[in-house]
Design a protein around this ligand. Structure first.
Ligand SMILES: Nc1ncnc2c1ncn2[C@@H]1O[C@H](COP(=O)(O)OP(=O)(O)O)[C@@H](O)[C@H]1O
Ligand SMILES: [Mg+2]
Length: 230
């Protein structure tokens, strides 16, 4: 087991006029490859801020973030974007699918952006849609899919480039509790079968049961609890 991401005394301070707000403070954290880490805590506790730093979407204002044993601080925009494209998959609360593209075309998109041919992209995207149970819906556009099906397309799209880690920010917040449970169980299955690491934020702790390998709890920008679950 290797460490993918390390936070070393990482913090994020926002300036608000002549005052400031510490969205994240003194975070020391390592994310091991192949783990399924769930970040919980109330709204405003810093979950999205932490995920954005882990996904190299944002930079800390104090401390450092390391990726694969290398500091990210000296990296330029191009290098960070390259790591994001190759190593990290993202899943968001609002699915963020392209409405005019079918499930299959949405899933192919990251590969085509990366330079794959249409044919190569289709083969891999079909495999992923099958693995999330959506093979028969692959030619439908998002508006013909349920919320749970849309989020499964988003999972397939996040996985299609074979990233090392999937970062999911409240991926089930717009789903009913039964569907939410199915989505998290599916992510856990992919974590175990495809050996992809997951870092997921949620404020619904009932989802964690039986699905996470580690639970981090946040409050006021700090990690206040860190528990290995399985
Ligand atoms: N761009 C920003 N400017 C100022 N404050 C922000 C910004 N983004 C987040 N915050 C503040 O940082 C804190 C943590 O936010 P966030 O990471 O979004 O929490 P969570 O995802 O747990 O709800 C909140 O108090 C939020 O208002
Ligand atoms: Mg959030």
């Amino acid at each position: 087991m290797t460490e993918l991401i390390r936070f070393a005394q990482a913090g994020k301070r926002y300036r608000l006029g002549d005052t400031f707000m510490d969205a994240l403070q003194d975070v020391d954290l390592g994310i091991d490859s192949e783990s399924f880490v769930v970040l919980c805590g109330p709204s405003g506790s810093g979950k999205s801020t932490l995920l954005n730093l882990a996904g190299l979407l944002d930079e800390p204002t104090s401390g450092a973030i390391w990726m694969d044993g290398k500091p990210t601080a000296g990296m330029g925009h191009g290098q960070r974007a390259d790591i994001r494209n190759r190593r990290i998959g993202f899943i968001f609360q609002h699915f963020n699918l392209v409405p005019v593209l079918t499930a299959l075309e949405n899933t192919m998109l990251p590969l085509q952006i990366g330079g794959a041919s249409r044919r190569e992209a289709a083969v891999e995207a079909e495999r992923l849609l099958e693995s999330v149970g959506l093979a028969e819906h692959r030619h439908k556009r998002p508006d013909l899919l349920s919320g749970g099906q849309r989020q499964r397309v988003a999972i397939a799209r996040a996985l299609v480039t074979r990233p090392s880690i999937i970062i999911a920010d409240e991926p089930t917040a717009n789903l009913d509790s039964t569907t939410a449970g199915q989505i998290v169980a599916r992510m856990r299955e992919l974590n175990q079968r495809e050996h992809v690491t997951f870092l997921m934020a949620t404020h619904d702790e009932s989802l964690i049961q039986g699905n996470a390998s580690r639970r981090l709890r946040m409050r006021d920008g700090r990690i206040v609890e860190d528990e290995v679950l399985s």
